[in-house]
Design a protein around this ligand. Structure first.
Ligand code: NBP
Length: 498
C-alpha cells in the first residue's frame, strides 16, 4: 500500500518497484512538468517508471515522492525500458527542440515495434510531424500531446491535447483521460487529430493565453493610469470581475498577484517587478503560422509585439524623456464613475475577438493540413486544467455544437449579442486611452478587427488601384468577371487581362 497525492491508499496488486514489465507507463524528463505528471499518474494507482538524464534528479524524485504511489526510478534508458510492459508507452517531458530528438534517438535503440512515444512538451508542430514520420518508418508510434496547466495542472489534472497516431491514442487514452482535469464529469483530454494537430492546438492555446494576458495587463494599466488606483484597489476590481462573465483562472490569479505584498519593501509586489516580459516562443509561432495561413490573429500578434516592446526597456527609458504625449488630466468624476465598468466590457469584448481569431486560425490550419479539428471539442477540453480555462469556454462549445461549421465565433448569436452590448463601452475606453496616451494595442486592434470584419466594403479597392498603377498587378471589378489593368501613366485605357 502506498499513499497517493490526495492521501488515499493505492493498492496495486503484485506491483514491485523496478520489476521487469511492472510499469504501465514511463516518463522521461523529471523537471517540473515531468515529475508532477509522473506523480499524477502514480496517484491514480497506475504503475509508472521514471528516468531523467541527470540521475541525481531521478533519485531526488523517488526519495521525495516514491511513497505517493507506484513509482519506480531508472538510472539508464535500458533499465527504464525493461520496467515497462509492452507495448510500451513513454511520455517525454524534456526541453523542447533538440533535446526531444536526442531523447527519442536514445530511446528508440531500446524499443520494439509498436511501442508508443508521447512528446508532451511544447514542441513545434512541424517537428512533431517530422518525428511522427521518422518513428512510423521504424515501426513505432508517436503522439505529440500539448499539455497545459503548468506545475499545478500537471500534478492535479492538466488539459491534454494529443495528436498523431489514432491507434496509439486508443491505447493510452485510459491513462491520459484519467490524469487530465475533469469538468462536469468530462475529461479535459480528447484526440485532436493526426500528425502535429495536438501541438498545433496547444500552440494556438498559448497564443490565446498571450492575448488574454496582454488584455488583462492593458485593463490594469488603463485603470491604474486613468484613475490612479493602487494595486490593492485593482485586486478588488479583478476579484469582482471574476464573479461575472470574465470568470477565469487568469482573472482570478490577476487578483491574487495584485493583492500580494513584497516581503522586503512592504510595497505591492507588482510595483517592484520589472516591466519586461519574457517569452518562450509559442506565441510567436502562433503568429507566424497565422501569417502563413493568411488569418488575421491581431490580438495574439499584438500581444507578442507588446512583449517585444516591453523588452526594449533601455530604449523606452530614453524615449520617455524625449517624446511628448498628451497633457495628462484627471478623469472627470462622471467618466471615472463608469470607467471601471467600461473597461470590464472592453476586456470581455476584446477577449471574444482574441478567441474568435484563434479558433479561426485552427479552422484554417485544419483545412490546410487535413486534420478535421473539432473546434467545439477543443473548447470543451480547455474548460479545465489549462491556463486559459474560463466560464466563457462553455459559450464556445455551445456555439460549435449549434453550428459545427461556424465561420467565425463572432457570428454566433451569443457572441454577436455580447459584442453589440459591449461595444459602446469598448469604444469609450479606447477613445479615453487615445486621448490620454495610454497604450492599449490589443484592445484597439481587437476593435479594429471587429470594425473591419463587419464592414462589407473595405478600402482595399484603393490598395488594388495603387498596386495596379505601380506594378501592373491587375484588379477585379465589382460589376464584371475577369482581371483588369489600367494603363494609368500611358493612355489611361483599361484592358481585360483574362
Ligand atoms: P524544461 O523545459 O525546463 O526541461 C528540463 C528537462 O529537460 C530536464 O529533465 C532535463 O534533464 C531535460 N533535458 C534537457 Br534541458 N536537455 C536534454 C537532453 N539533451 N536529453 C535529455 N534530457 C534533456 O522542463 P519543464 O519546465 O518541466 O517542461 C518540459 C516541457 O513541457 C517543455 O517542452 C515545456 O515547454 C513544456 N511545458 C512546460 C510548462 C511549465 O509550466 N513549465 C507548461 C506546459 C508545457 P536534466 O535534468 O538532465 O538537465
Amino acid at each position: 500500500m502506498a499513499q497517493n497525492t490526495r492521501g488515499t491508499q493505492t493498492a496495486v496488486a503484485g506491483w514491485q518497484r523496478g520489476a521487469p514489465g511492472a510499469s504501465q507507463f514511463g516518463v522521461v524528463g523529471l523537471a517540473t512538468m515531468g515529475m508532477n505528471l509522473a506523480r499524477n499518474i502514480a496517484s491514480k494507482g497506475i504503475p509508472v517508471s521514471v528516468y531523467n538524464r541527470t540521475t541525481a534528479r531521478t533519485d531526488e524524485v523517488i526519495a521525495n515522492h516514491g511513497n505517493e504511489g507506484p513509482i519506480s526510478g531508472a538510472h539508464t534508458v535500458e533499465e527504464l525500458v525493461s520496467q515497462i510492459a509492452r507495448p510500451r508507452s513513454i511520455l517525454i517531458m524534456v526541453k523542447a527542440g533538440p533535446p526531444v530528438d536526442e531523447t527519442i534517438a536514445h530511446l528508440v535503440r531500446h524499443l520494439d515495434k509498436g511501442d508508443i512515444l508521447i512528446d508532451g512538451g511544447n514542441s513545434y508542430f512541424m517537428d512533431t510531424m517530422r518525428r511522427g514520420r521518422e518513428l512510423e518508418a521504424k515501426g513505432m508510434r508517436f503522439i505529440g500531446a500539448g499539455i497545459s496547466g503548468g506545475e499545478e495542472g500537471a500534478l492535479l489534472g492538466p488539459s491534454i491535447m494529443p495528436g498523431g497516431s489514432p491507434d496509439a491514442y486508443q491505447l493510452v487514452e485510459p491513462v491520459l483521460t484519467r490524469i487530465s482535469a475533469h469538468v462536469d464529469g468530462e475529461p479535459c483530454c480528447t484526440y485532436i487529430g493526426p500528425g502535429g494537430a495536438g501541438h498545433y492546438v496547444k500552440m494556438v492555446h498559448n497564443g490565446i493565453e498571450y492575448a488574454d494576458i496582454q488584455l488583462i495587463a492593458e485593463a490594469y494599466d488603463l485603470l491604474r493610469t486613468a484613475l490612479s488606483l493602487d494595486a490593492g484597489e485593482l485586486a478588488k476590481i479583478f476579484a469582482r470581475w471574476n464573479e461575472g462573465d470574465l470568470e477565469s483562472y487568469l482573472i482570478q490569479i490577476t487578483a491574487e498577484v495584485l493583492a500580494k505584498h513584497d516581503a522586503t519593501t512592504g510595497k505591492p509586489l507588482v510595483d517592484v517587478i520589472l516591466d519586461e516580459a519574457a517569452q518562450k516562443g509559442t506565441g510567436k509561432w502562433a503568429s507566424q503560422s497565422a501569417l502563413d495561413l493568411g488569418i488575421p490573429v491581431t490580438a495574439i500578434t499584438e500581444a507578442v509585439f507588446s512583449r517585444f516592446l516591453s523588452a526594449l526597456k533601455a530604449d523606452r527609458q530614453t524615449a520617455s524623456k524625449v517624446l511628448s504625449g498628451p497633457s495628462q488630466s484627471a478623469e472627470s468624476d462622471e467618466r471615472a464613475g463608469t470607467l471601471v465598468d467600461d473597461v470590464q466590457s472592453a476586456l470581455y469584448a476584446s477577449k471574444m475577438v482574441a478567441y474568435a481569431q484563434g479558433f479561426e486560425q485552427m479552422q484554417a490550419a485544419s483545412r490546410e493540413f487535413g486534420w478535421d479539428l473539432k473546434l467545439g471539442a477543443i473548447a470543451r477540453i480547455w474548460r479545465g486544467g489549462c491556463i486559459i480555462r474560463a466560464r466563457f469556454l462553455n459559450r464556445i462549445t455551445e456555439a460549435y455544437a449549434a453550428e459545427p461549421d461556424l465561420k467565425n465565433l463572432l457570428l454566433a448569436p451569443y457572441f454577436r449579442d455580447a459584442m453589440a452590448s459591449a461595444q459602446e463601452s469598448w469604444r469609450r475606453v479606447i477613445g479615453m486611452a487615445v486621448d490620454r496616451g495610454i497604450p492599449a494595442p490589443a484592445f484597439s486592434s481587437a476593435l479594429a478587427y471587429y470594425d473591419g470584419y463587419r464592414r462589407e466594403r473595405l478600402p482595399a479597392n484603393l490598395i488594388q488601384g495603387l498596386r495596379d498603377y505601380f506594378g501592373a498587378h491587375t484588379y477585379h471589378r465589382i460589376d464584371r468577371q475577369g482581371a483588369f489593368h489600367t494603363r494609368w501613366a500611358q493612355d489611361g485605357q483599361e484592358v481585360e487581362i483574362s
